[in-house]
Design a protein around this ligand. Structure first.
Ligand SMILES: [Zn+2]
Length: 761
């Protein structure tokens, strides 16, 4: 493949008589980064804000798109002609699929392309190459050649938890097109709303598309609050066709998702006869996983197949997503009809029943010329023969499916869940939880190293998911999606070994992509500009540094002693300056830092530090913390930053083990007094308080004496320990399983800790 691409590049160069040495390799304004780009400081000028475009070989719809974007985003007028033009188009034969090039000379720009899709990709790169100066616009002379790495470059949108209108969905698709995404996964049904008209079953939208209340605030908050207002909506089949056609003109394929057998409360509110109990319940206004799912009896299978009959003709895409995730088997256990299906088909248990259920859909879709795709739970109980797996609970499901020779789309929640928090900033809007900063998205590689070359061929690409429990407006949807979608586009379009490093990407984003997104009035997150606090241990305690998006940033830092209600200091700090917090001399106190970027546009951030006597003490973890929740690693429990409640995804240290053990080194033998340990309770996120904590002390790290065991509360305080110790060992015993009747019942609970504060004389 490399050779083909190389010779393709040479052909382009020869055809255009390009003297490459004129141009230098340089950072390219275009995201995703093209396969190759060279440019000079000389320019093609658009100073009169008018471009003459030759329409020969320019597909009609793409011409409309180009004219509209130049006008709306740049106020550049276009003159379309048949004979001449400053921008000309050339179809290419015998070049790789989806490849294109842009050759920018002083008087003419030549766009060569292999097919209509790549002509469209070229147009989107072309738009990003246009830069503004005092008189108008210009493009640097140069040459760009490009083609995509993965065939599935997706974004998903959940329109069930919050409904988005046809115009809003089109806007979401418009933004996707700018970054060469080609797959829109439309999550049309879920517990909280059925969003697609099905003519045979009108109650699905008459009843299932509407709910009487919606949870406001976070699910974990007690008591829960609701907005009691009837909300909802759905798309008629004509509207669906309209959106699909709209996306098609942007070379984006739309994949419908009809969830089954779980996440089906909205459908069952309309047709309770297809549940196990037959009991009529309303459309829920709260999030989560519900026990009531579709019954696996033949009538339900037939009901769902009739729904698919109406869905299939609306979507030209080869794929139909059937969900398959988060389906509790509680009802199936006790339902005589489900048990009958198990018996009649010689199934082992309810997991095999789920597999049987999905297989009925697989056979049906395959017969209709479609391919089934589902979340990675469809592996449980055996994967259906033609199924493609979308791996969301990490990469393991995807790896397993590829090993079984099934196709895979990677969407691991650690890299691709854009409903998670993207920064720890004070003003970050409410999100479901989790922590996914831009930099982490940038590290995403859809191809797991564990796979052989043969198995890797099954990785179709990747996708980010926008679950909308906590995203109720277009403005917030843009905020959660951008700029993370730019980082994702790099992982899906570029060859992972060749894409620029994160620092370069960040520079390109700030210099070129922010102004570009501003042209489209996108409400993207500016989280990278907020100061981050970097904490490192030093001999005396901790060293603090505030860091911005660029190493040259400086900050105005005001510190405030909250105990004395008094300002301590106001200084300007450069990125590498450090403040030192000592544990020996200063009495314990809480200091708040207000950090304002000194030389750029972004907002104020607040940090709070508990300057306790134990900051910076070395800690050894016998039990490893989970890498997903390991902000600041070994330092997390003694970094002076207490995990905030409610949880915002970072700060806390997370574990999934029954017993958690770690040792704190007090550096020298000291007379211990009090010890306090913070725990998080956020049951909706399966984070539970453990059962007990026990302390042990030692002067030599070999012989330990036990102190009393205590039941755990959010702040577990050991008072008047009064022991001499150099080392303190902490043993935490968690619940082995989440109790029945609680969120996540039967699963292993998470234990989240932060911070340990040790007082001594
Ligand atoms: Zn049943």
């Amino acid at each position: 493949m490399k050779k083909i691409i190389f010779s393709f590049f040479v052909i382009f160069c020869l055809q255009t008589n390009l003297v490459l040495s004129q141009y230098k390799t340089t950072d390219c304004p275009v995201i995703p980064t093209p396969a190759s780009y060279v440019a000079s400081s000389e320019t093609f000028d658009i100073s009169d804000k008018t471009l003459q475009i030759n329409r020969t070989n320019l597909p009609k719809e793409i011409e409309k798109y180009l004219v509209k974007n130049l006008k709306d985003a740049f106020s550049i007028q276009t003159i379309i002609s048949d004979n001449s033009g400053e921008v000309i188009f050339k179809p290419q034969k015998n070049v790789p699929e989806n490849s294109y090039s842009i050759d920018i000379r002083e008087s003419v720009i030549t766009i060569s392309y292999s097919n209509e899709a790549s002509c469209f990709y070229a147009i989107n790169s072309f738009l990003q190459l246009i830069q503004k100066n005092d008189v108008g616009y210009y493009i640097n002379l140069g040459f760009l050649m490009d083609y995509p790495k993965f065939e599935w470059r997706g974004l998903h949108l959940d329109v069930s938890r919050h409904f988005y209108s046809v115009d809003e969905v089109k806007h979401f698709i418009d933004l996707m097109a700018l970054y060469k995404f080609n797959t829109f996964h439309w999550h049309l049904t879920d517990d909280q709303g059925w969003r697609i008209e099905i003519k045979q079953f009108p109650k699905l939208t008459e009843i299932g598309a509407w709910r009487d209340s919606t949870l406001i605030g976070h699910y974990n908050e007690e008591p829960r609050k609701y907005e009691h207002k009837r909300v909802g909506g759905f798309y008629t089949q004509e509207q669906i066709k309209d959106v699909v056609a709209y996306a098609q003109k942007r070379f984006i394929s739309v994949i419908p998702e009809i969830e089954m057998p779980g996440h089906s409360r909205a459908a069952l509110a309309a047709y309770p006869e297809y549940s196990c109990t037959g009991i009529k319940q309303g459309v829920p206004g709260i999030w989560g996983i519900f026990d009531d799912i579709y019954c696996s009896k033949p009538e339900t299978i037939s009901f769902l197949q009739k729904i698919l009959d109406e869905v299939i003709p609306l979507f030209p895409s080869p794929y139909v997503h059937i969900g398959g995730d988060e389906a509790p088997k509680t009802r199936w256990h006790t339902c005589p009809r489900c048990q009958k299906v198990i018996k009649e088909n010689g199934l082992k248990d309810e997991h095999e029943l789920q597999s049987y259920f999905i297989r009925q859909m697989d056979v049906y879709l395959t017969a209709k010329g479609k391919k089934l795709i589902g979340w990675d739970e469809i592996l449980e109980g055996g994967l259906s023969p033609n199924a493609t797996v979308m791996s969301w609970r990490g990469s393991d499901g995807g790896i397993e499916a590829a090993k079984q020779n099934h196709d895979v789309v990677m969407s691991p929640n650690g890299y691709c869940y854009f409903d998670h928090y993207q920064s720890g900033n004070t003003g970050e809007p409410l999100a479901i939880g989790g922590f996914l900063p831009l930099e982490k998205v940038y590290q995403f590689n859809p191809v797991p190293e564990q796979l052989s070359a043969d198995q890797r061929r099954h990785i179709l690409g990747g996708q980010a998911n926008l679950w909308t429990e906590y995203i109720s407006t277009m403005e917030k949807l843009e905020y959660m999606t951008y700029p993370r979608a730019l980082a994702l586009s790099q992982s899906l379009w570029c060859d992972n070994t060749k894409k620029p490093d994160y620092e370069t990407f960040k520079k390109i984003f700030i210099k070129y992509q922010m102004p570009f997104l501003d042209r489209y009035k996108v409400n993207y997150s500016k989280a990278i500009f907020y100061a981050k606090m970097e904490i490192t241990p030093n001999k005396q305690g901790l060293a603090l540094r505030f860091k911005g998006a660029e190493p040259t940033d400086s900050f105005y830092v005001t510190s405030f002693n909250t105990d004395l209600q008094k300002n301590i200091d106001s200084v300007v700090m450069k990125s590498n300056d450090s403040l030192v917090l000592t544990r020996e001399n200063d009495f314990p106190m809480t200091i708040e830092y207000t950090v304002t970027p000194y030389n750029n546009v972004s907002g104020i951030n607040h940090f709070s530090i508990e300057q306790s006597h134990s900051i910076g003490f070395p800690i050894e973890f016998k039990t490893p913390f989970n890498p997903k929740f390991s902000n600041r690693g070994n330092l997390a429990l003694v970094d002076g930053v207490k995990g905030k409640r409610p949880w915002k995804g970072d700060e806390w240290l997370g574990f999934t083990k029954d017993t958690i053990e770690f040792t704190v080194d007090l550096i020298k033998t000291r007379q211990l007094q009090n010890v306090n340990l913070g725990f998080l309770s956020a049951n909706g996120s399966w984070i539970y308080l453990p059962e007990t904590v026990q302390l042990f002390v030692s002067t030599d790290k070999t012989s330990w004496s036990e102190l009393k065991k205590q039941a755990v509360t959010e702040e577990t305080f050991f008072q008047e320990v009064n022991k001499k110790a150099r080392y303190l060992k902490v043993v935490v015993i968690s619940k082995d399983k989440i109790p029945v009747g609680s969120d996540g019942e039967g699963n292993k609970p998470w234990t989240f800790m932060d911070e340990i504060e040790i007082e001594y004389e």
